[in-house]
Write a protein that binds this ligand. Structure first.
Ligand SMILES: [Zn+2]
Length: 289
């Protein structure tokens, strides 16, 4: 076994895993049996410079997640907390809606896994609605939403039928956003032309060289830039684009030159025509925690 391990280490010595490869899956251990397992629990980490008291965190967020029963909140050290719910639906709200804030600091939630130590929780993704601008109206559907959303993170939901007067201006895609890497601002799309098939038929009549030329031209399609804004985007660094700290406390800021690549323009303007989910968080929840 040791020899095998060594072999693996040598084999992968010079390779660096990308984020997607590192993410991994956990199997089986979740079914572990203990009295803790039956409880409805989740863990959270508050990205704050000063420690917060579990009692305050629990009271404030419990009022939002579970107005009827509240939540029990236990301190797990270094601004990490264990939340105990009375109802499954309340826990789901805490996990699937968000991003949450307490005293203006970001609170990242993760589902409770019985076999995990607190240090094994990563607290690196937040659910967030992204608005994608620049998608052709005729292509605003779930499939496009999935494709575009996957570039940002795991897609949770797609809302192609944007309500009210903003119909057609953007698509809403809910993703699990990785907060350890810079916020994605744009993606480049290549729109395939619908008349492509017709042209393919025409190509049959052309010589090889002519066909090659046309194929190369058609290969990538029309380039379009899709830009993103994020709804209820927590504080993030305008210098490095990472959520959870601001420019003031950025460790890589001094190494950066040139104009700022991130800014408040990444925040979605919240105006009328919000979804029912947002309505449940507004207006009394907004900015209060
Ligand atoms: Zn930074």
């Amino acid at each position: 076994m040791a020899a095998y391990m060594e072999g693996v280490e040598i084999k992968f010595k010079n390779l660096q895993l990308c984020e997607a490869e590192k993410k991994g899956i956990r199997i089986g251990r979740k079914q572990a049996c203990s009295s803790q397992v039956s409880k409805i629990q989740a863990v959270g980490k508050l990205f704050a410079e000063r420690p917060a008291r579990a009692e305050h965190v629990g009271r404030t967020l419990g009022g939002v997640w579970s107005p009827l029963f509240g939540v029990d909140c236990k301190d797990l050290g270094r601004n990490r907390f264990l939340f105990i719910f009375q109802q499954k639906a309340d826990k789901e709200k805490a996990l699937d809606v968000g991003p949450w804030r307490f005293n203006n600091d970001l609170l990242v939630m993760e589902d409770f896994v019985p076999s995990r130590t607190i240090d094994e929780y990563e607290f690196k993704t937040i659910p967030i609605w992204v608005r994608a601008y620049g998608i052709p109206i005729g292509m605003m559907n779930r499939e496009t939403g999935d494709l575009v959303g996957e570039q940002i993170g795991e897609v949770i939901d797609v809302d192609p039928d944007v309500n009210g007067d903003s119909m057609g201006a953007f698509m809403r895609i809910k993703v699990k956003l990785d907060i350890t890497i810079p916020i994605m601002r744009f993606i480049t799309t290549f729109t395939e032309d619908e008349v492509e098939q017709e042209q393919k038929d025409e190509m049959i009549l052309l010589g090889d060289d002519e066909m090659k030329e046309i194929r190369n031209e058609k290969k990538e399609g029309e380039e379009k830039i899709v830009s993103f804004t994020y709804e209820y985007l927590p504080d993030f660094c305008y210098s490095c684009g990472i959520i959870g700290h601001t420019e003031k406390s950025c460790r890589t800021r001094s190494r950066r030159t040139g104009s700022r690549q991130f800014g408040s323009w990444l925040r979605a303007n919240m105006y009328k025509g919000i979804s029912s989910e947002e309505r449940s968080r507004a207006p009394n929840n907004k900015g209060k925690f």
